[in-house]
Design a protein around this ligand. Structure first.
Ligand SMILES: [Zn+2]
Length: 408
């Protein structure tokens, strides 16, 4: 198969919006950077003679054929985290357009029997309002408009005001099951966000599923006092209790072959010569199965109770989010593997612990994901990368899969 000629140019054009390799990228949803990325999306779609529409939830759909039933959806997201990389989300959209470019070269301009759509799902990272997979969750009804409209960003701007200023009507938010019913399959291509494919020695992989994950917030309340005059036995120190929790999170994760992180730890009043009054921890935990994740939470709960008792600290815990595990469509995965084998593209299977729009859509439509090897294995940082050769294998693979799904 021929390497897609415009792929690199498109990737560079998108990478020129909202960042650079030194400082990282920041394309939060509903910002000037998002606007520029959406304009870029429309321009590339226009150059391929695709029909672009924006749905009520701010997702972009670039149609080759249709917008009739039986659509094959690919694409990903244009937004990034703060200080993110140039490939997360972007690679899926650029690869989708490049695959259509190659298919048009191969099959001519006539419309495919089943439409092919490149989508850009709105605010996948949730960087601004802490509402990840905003566009796909609203589309499927996993998130209701009532749950989002009052949310504010750090500057106090509400979702409702921000959408209105961006030109979207907040009253149009909400599930769109008619649109979903027009989708026959979803295949999202994404840069891998770990080292699975490096270890397996494969340029691309087929995702088996997404690990269940969640975020929990613990508020530990003790008693503030003088760091010099308060005897150790008289202290109610929430930082010491928090330290035990942090270590337990790590130990339990290692024991259960999962990952768990305390990435946010807020000490108040955060004074060098006073025992703290309170400590807030955010625990992010992801496990191969819901059963393992439940076991982790039960054992962590025992540690928290014990640490609180020993240090005279009161505990309040909150579930910030909990997402059940996703298993991608086995029939679609087998079909994809046949297609790739026929195309001479070696592939492997692997799971991921990162969330994606494809994971949301999988509950409604046969859905699959292709990962492209990430040689450094890091993501959500400017060092996130993929080689040109591997990216072009990804484009070839996506084109072969879309062709099989759209023409058969
Ligand atoms: Zn992503």
């Amino acid at each position: 198969m021929a390497a897609s000629a415009p792929f690199l140019g498109w990737l560079d054009e998108l990478a020129a919006i909202g960042g650079d390799p030194e400082h990282g990228w920041c394309r939060f949803a509903w910002t000037e950077e998002d606007r520029k990325a959406r304009d870029w999306f429309a321009a590339v779609a226009g150059s391929l003679e695709l029909e672009v529409e924006q749905d009520g939830n701010g997702n972009l759909w670039a149609w080759w054929g249709g917008p009739g039933p039986g659509a094959i959806v690919t694409g990903s997201h244009l937004d990034t985290v703060a200080g993110g990389g140039a490939y997360d989300g972007a690679l899926g959209i650029v690869s989708g357009f490049a695959a259509i470019h190659d298919l048009k070269a191969r099959r001519g301009d006539g419309e495919p029997p089943h439409p092919i759509v490149v989508t850009a799902f709105a605010d996948e990272e949730g960087g601004r309002f802490n509402l990840p997979c905003f566009g796909s969750r609203l589309l499927t009804g996993a998130l209701t408009p009532a749950a989002v409209l009052g949310r504010t960003d750090v500057k106090g701007n509400s979702v409702s005001d921000v959408l209105t200023r961006f030109g979207l009507d907040p009253m149009q938010l909400g599930d769109d099951l008619d649109r979903l019913a027009r989708v026959r399959a979803v295949v999202e291509l994404h840069v891998e966000q770990g080292r699975g494919l490096v270890d397996l020695g494969a340029p691309i992989g087929v995702a088996t599923g997404i690990w269940p994950h969640g975020r929990w917030r613990l508020e530990l309340t003790g008693r503030s006092d003088h760091a010099g005059t308060t005897r150790l036995v008289d202290r109610r120190d929430p930082v010491v209790a928090a330290a035990e929790v942090v270590l337990a999170v790590r130990d339990l994760a290692a024991q259960l072959d999962m990952v768990a992180t305390v990435g946010r730890l807020v000490v108040s009043p955060n004074t060098p010569n006073a025992i703290a009054a309170g400590t807030e921890l955010m625990i992010d935990a992801r496990a191969p199965t819901d059963h393992v994740l439940d076991g982790f939470l039960a054992r962590l709960g025992e540690v928290v109770d014990k640490a609180a008792g020993e240090h005279g600290v009161e505990v309040e815990s909150h579930v910030d989010s909990r997402t059940i595990g996703v298993t991608f469509d086995e029939g679609l995965n087998v079909r994809i593997e046949h297609v790739l084998t026929r195309a001479g593209i070696a592939t492997v299977r692997l799971p991921t612990a990162a969330g994606h729009d494809a994971g949301i859509l999988a509950a409604h439509v046969p859905t699959a994901m292709l990962f492209v090897r990430n040689p450094v294995g890091s993501s959500h940082t400017p060092s996130e990368t993929a080689t040109v050769d591997d990216c072009l294998v990804g484009v070839d693979a996506l084109a072969a899969v879309l062709e099989d799904l759209a023409w058969r």
